[in-house]
Design a protein around this ligand. Sequence first.
Ligand code: FES
Ligand code: FES
Length: 158
Amino acid sequence: MLIEFVLNDEPTSVEVPAYKRLADVLREGFNLTGLRSACGKGYCGLCTVVLNEELVYSCMIPVFQIRGKSVQTIEGYAETEGFNDVFEGFKEAGVHLCDYCAPTRTLTTGILLDRYVRPDARQIEEILSSVKCNCTPYETLKKGILLTSQIRQKRLKS
Ligand code: FES
Ligand code: FES
């Protein structure tokens, strides 16, 4: 099946079986390996991408569903100011992520903070749980999220 869509702001297309998983299409067909193909069951969040401005687990999306839609991966997000906000916020908070989680954690934090400009406790929980991680202390991550939010608010005001 020919799938036409927009990938990281560029119109593109790919010829693949309709039910191939979006995660595999992006990793194998476009070499976008920042998203991980980990649990494959919608549990870990490590395959998250932005589909028409919503965060989705790309391991759960058959590729035919993205026809005519817009997909953003961490590789595209890395070109945005939002990415720099997260990078700075996490650095200031002393957040050290493993290489496996860092790309997706950065993407989900940045995108959810677009939605929650001043996140409350419930929204911080949602950001924290967007990626399953057993190594980084939640308090450190929380600090990183709050610092990112402050950095972003400052940038948007200036
Ligand atoms: S690989 Fe998709 S949620 Fe874990
Ligand atoms: S940052 Fe990768 S498991 Fe925690």
